[in-house]
Design a protein around this ligand. Structure first.
Ligand SMILES: O=C(O)c1cccc(C(=O)CC[C@H]2O[C@@H](n3cnc4c(=O)[nH]cnc43)[C@H](O)[C@@H]2O)c1
Length: 208
């Protein structure tokens, strides 16, 4: 099976890179634009059976604690839209896209890969933001609007490109911090990366 592993930074998958000799790897950059550009370019030039995105993420909930690893079953772009009189409206709320217009389902980019129903790891809903915020009101309104478990800066880009290109994908996220926590002393970066890379290796061994 031809597998492509993508990550925002080399740092996040460095332990995997040291022992990998089976999967292709793409360091696609932090954020949506570079992920969409670099992943699309890669997929147009090579054939893959599966794309695995591995990265750290912030957690909205105490049920996804620092260091825990989760697969993302659906994700969406959470801050593309309009702020109007203190209310955030998505492109769906504005009527610019229909909630069930491909590749969206009820406004979400769903992963229907059969593997997700078999894994023993927790499944979570992700949202993808262009701007990380520590503003408690913004965090509360994101949490209430999307009811997501985790936040990243690239997840929905993976889902969007792979659904459009009809390529199987898996998004693996390890919790490094609570959403809004900017004090790096309170992050669990080392533990998150260790656990992320353990699960990434298991995933590769499962598929290859
Ligand atoms: O500010 C710093 O010094 C710093 C050092 C290392 C990493 C960061 C990040 O902000 C990482 C962004 C990167 O990781 C994902 N991520 C991690 N936590 C969150 C979050 O709470 N909300 C959104 N994204 C998060 C993200 O996908 C980026 O790729 C900063």
């Amino acid at each position: 099976m031809n597998v492509l592993v993508i990550a925002a930074t080399e740092f996040e998958i460095e332990p995997f890179l040291r022992l990998n000799n089976t999967a292709d790897v793409l360091i696609a950059g932090v954020g949506v634009p570079s992920t969409i550009y670099n992943l699309t370019k890669k997929l147009l030039h090579s054939n893959y059976d599966l794309v695995i995105q591995a990265g750290i993420a912030g957690s909205f909930t105490s049920t996804l604690q620092n260091g825990s690893v989760t697969f993302i079953e659906k994700d969406t772009f959470a801050d593309i839209g309009v702020d109007e009189k203190g209310n955030f409206k998505t492109l769906f709320d504005m009527g610019f896209i229909k909630e069930n217009e491909f590749p969206f389902t009820s406004g979400w980019l769903e992963n229907q890969h059969a593997f997700l129903s078999k894994t023993s790891l927790a499944l979570a809903t992700g949202i993808t933001v262009n701007k990380i915020t520590d503003d408690i009101n913004e965090i509360r309104s994101l949490s209430e609007k999307f009811n997501a478990g985790i936040e990243s800066m690239e997840g929905a880009a993976l889902h969007y490109v792979c659904l459009q290109q009809k390529i199987n994908f898996v998004q693996l996220r390890s919790i490094s911090n609570s959403v809004g926590e900017r004090d790096k002393q309170k992050w669990a970066m080392k533990e998150a990366i260790t656990n992320l890379n353990i699960e990434l290796k298991k995933l590769i061994d499962h598929f290859i």
